[in-house]
Design a protein. Structure first.
Length: 261
């Protein structure tokens, strides 16, 4: 199965503001020339990743800074593209998926590689990221659910008897489980509400509901990394040899600093 990578984030600018994107897409007769640098390009490390969706600037002098960018479909093997390395997430390279650091040096791309039209890059990005948020929230909720499951499993481990009683009889752990259950359920309902609104019309119609779901992965991150998968597992919390640490890195939205989607 073929896959694609979405290349927006750049090393030298604040990429959470799409209007900052610098990769140059210069029209030269019957083609564009692409020059610039991208990183955190998820999927770039995978052999099946055959096409890059690249965001860049076709019109850097446009007074409307949200009309300067465009998006193009660029085959991953086009001459001038170099995938330098995979960036690690909490020490993992996430192979074969991989988050690549990719450069473009005089990459020649035909005019029909342009998606939708020149200057419409930000528009495409916003259209994609709204529903994308829902998708990431669903994954975050799934990961939190697994973390809670592990926590309950640990609490029922009769070899773990601190201060004369099993973990499941310690009030603070019961409190964590109760809160986690409520936060996960609340998150799921908010995500469902946003999804229903998108289905009723489109992402723009669901702007407020999509903004609401953005808040919940933070709660879910606390469930996963701190209380349940984290604190409840003692030192396994800080060890990459143990499962509880994994849901965080596996789930993009749970990585501090991931803001664009
Ligand atoms: C695992 C992983 C996978 C990724 N995959 C991809 C991918 O496939 N394609 C891609 O293009 N990018 C990807 N990214 C990159 C990610 O989307 C960017 O890191 C993000 O857009 C932030 O851009 P930046 O790193 O330039 O940070 P900056 O824009 O410099 O922002 C730095 C920090 O400032 C804060 N901040 C920024 N804006 C605001 C605001 N409006 N309000 C409050 N705080 C704010 C946030 O904490 C943010 O993390 C990935 C990142 C990770 C961690």
């Amino acid at each position: 199965m073929r896959r694609s990578g979405f290349l927006m984030t750049e090393p030298d600018i604040a990429s959470s503001d799409g209007s900052n994107i610098q990769l140059r897409m210069e029209r030269k007769g019957d083609h564009y020339l692409l020059n610039g640098s991208k990183w955190w390009s998820s999927g770039a490390g995978d052999d099946r990743c055959k096409i890059f969706i690249v965001m860049g600037k076709t019109d850097p002098n446009n007074p409307d800074r949200f009309r300067q960018q465009s998006m193009m479909l660029v085959p991953a093997g086009t001459p001038g593209i170099t995938v330098h390395r995979m960036l690690s997430v909490y020490g993992y390279d996430d192979a074969p998926h991989g988050h690549g650091h990719v450069t473009f040096e005089n990459v020649k791309v035909p005019l029909d590689a342009l998606i939708l039209g020149e200057g419409r890059g930000n528009e495409i990005m916003q259209g994609r990221l709204g529903p994308g948020r829902i998708h990431h929230c669903m994954r975050a909720i799934g990961a939190a659910e697994v973390a809670l499951e592990w926590m309950i499993h640990r609490m029922w481990d009769d070899r773990k008897i601190p201060f004369g009683k099993p973990l499941r009889e310690h009030g603070v752990l019961i409190d964590w489980v109760a809160r986690a259950r409520m936060e996960i359920d609340a998150s799921r309902l908010v995500v469902l509400n946003a999804a229903i609104k998108i289905d009723q019309k489109d992402a723009k119609f669901a702007l407020k509901e999509i903004a609401e779901v953005s808040y919940f992965p933070i709660l879910v991150r606390r469930v996963m990394l701190m209380d349940c998968a984290g604190q409840g597992h003692g030192p396994n919390n800080v060890s990459y040899h143990h499962r509880p640490r994994r849901p965080g890195p596996r789930c993009r939205w749970c990585v501090p600093g991931h803001t664009s989607c």
